[in-house]
Design a protein around this ligand. Structure first.
Ligand code: H2U
Ligand code: ZN
Length: 348
């Protein structure tokens, strides 16, 4: 019997950030890049679209009209899932029925006045404006007394449920700490109490030494495919130092974050020479006023594409009922991404 090789044989990998497992089946796709890569025909978008509800000067679905903004622009979501003026209350019946009122805010952030751009096609200086706005919104929304968590995220591409190609993201701020960050909170706290360092501080150091899953690093951030990645080309941007939230970043840190966001999304677009869809979001400390030295700023990228611009990984069947599973290993994914040119394919 051969000896176990985690790059060759089926195995489970543990995600220390959320305490969950992923099933890895490397043998299922020893050669993951079979077949022709077919890109769906994508219509060129105009710089300004009179029918777009995010373009400057246009009317939104509500009655508001967007200002003639020049870089970034934040507004309250006209269809907010969370609203501030909800009466406080709860419904509890025995052990089986439990409901609690939930207050909050939803905002939409336009990344650029240009309808035709996406993050990987923007200059670092323009992405820096997005990062600055995130910092401001995290601080401002987090300062509201009942807001204990601020979720910053981006849905990109219609297969991820993005309703409009105009470059934009969202922020949902609310009373409760939602499920995913809550899991990471528990795990990071336990690690910090045991080791006196953040979980991701140690993890990044180990990964930088091993190099197998590193995509690139800059002065403050590392982009890597996590050892426990679930999505085919899942990646994380992680601060090298233990920074608990985005507003703690200094000038150089914000600049480095913008640079990492750009470089990773260029890699993604270059992979299949298409606008690469994903859901991405920042995980950081809650905003209830307590100190969270265990919390370590990072951004997750969950992209569904597997083999081409059209063949995606579906999280169905086993994934829905048992646990996530992947065919290409995180090491293969990292190798493949790392080999791509740094210049966006449209610029070549
Ligand atoms: P998504 O593309 O990720 O769905 O985000 C777009 C958001 O924009 C969505 O949440 C909001 C939707 O509610 N929206 C407005 O606030 N005003 C509009 O005029 C249309 C869409
Ligand atoms: Zn637009």
């Amino acid at each position: 019997m051969e000896t176990f090789e985690f790059t060759e044989h089926s195995h489970r990998r543990f995600n220390p950030l959320n305490g969950e497992w992923v099933l890895v089946s490397p043998h299922r796709t020893k050669r993951p890049w079979q077949g022709k890569v077919e890109n769906p025909a994508v219509a060129e978008r105009p710089q300004y679209d009179p029918g777009c509800y995010l373009c400057p000067g246009n009317q939104r679905a509500g009655s508001d009209t967007n200002p003639d903004y020049k870089d970034v622009f934040a507004f309250q979501n006209d269809f907010s899932a969370l609203v501030p003026d909800i009466p406080e209350g709860a419904f509890v019946k025995g052990d089986l029925f439990r409901a609690e009122s939930e207050r909050g805010f939803c905002k939409v952030i336009c990344f650029s006045p240009r309808h035709d751009l996406t993050i990987p096609e923007m200059e670092v200086s323009a992405i820096r404006k997005v990062v600055d706005l995130w910092c401001e919104e995290y601080r401002k929304l987090g300062a509201i007394d009942y807001v204990n968590h601020v979720q910053i995220f981006e849905n990109k591409g219609d297969i991820m449920g993005c309703s409009n190609p105009h470059p934009h993201g969202q922020i949902w701020a609310q009373n409760a700490v939602p499920a995913e960050p809550a899991k990471e909170s528990v795990r990071q706290k336990a690690y910090y109490e045991q080791h006196g360092r953040t979980l991701l501080e140690d993890y990044v150091q180990e990964e930088l030494a091993l190099k197998d899953r590193i995509l690139f690093e800059n002065s403050r951030f590392v982009a890597l495919v996590p050892f426990w990645a679930t999505w085919p080309f899942e990646a994380m941007i992680v601060s090298k130092n233990a920074v608990s939230n985005i507003a703690e970043l200094d000038e150089a840190g914000r600049e480095a974050f913008a640079d990492a966001y750009r470089r990773l999304t260029i890699m993604y677009d270059n992979l299949f020479e298409t606008s690469f869809p994903y859901s991405a979001g920042i995980h950081q400390a809650p905003t209830d006023g307590a100190a969270y030295p265990e919390w370590h700023l990072h951004m997750h990228f969950y992209p569904p594409l597997l083999r081409s611009a059209t063949i995606k990984k579906f999280m169905v069947g086993y994934e829905m009922l048992a646990n996530p599973q992947r065919d290409i290993t995180p090491e293969q994914a990292a190798e493949r991404l790392r080999a791509l040119p740094e210049l966006h394919y449209k610029m070549r």
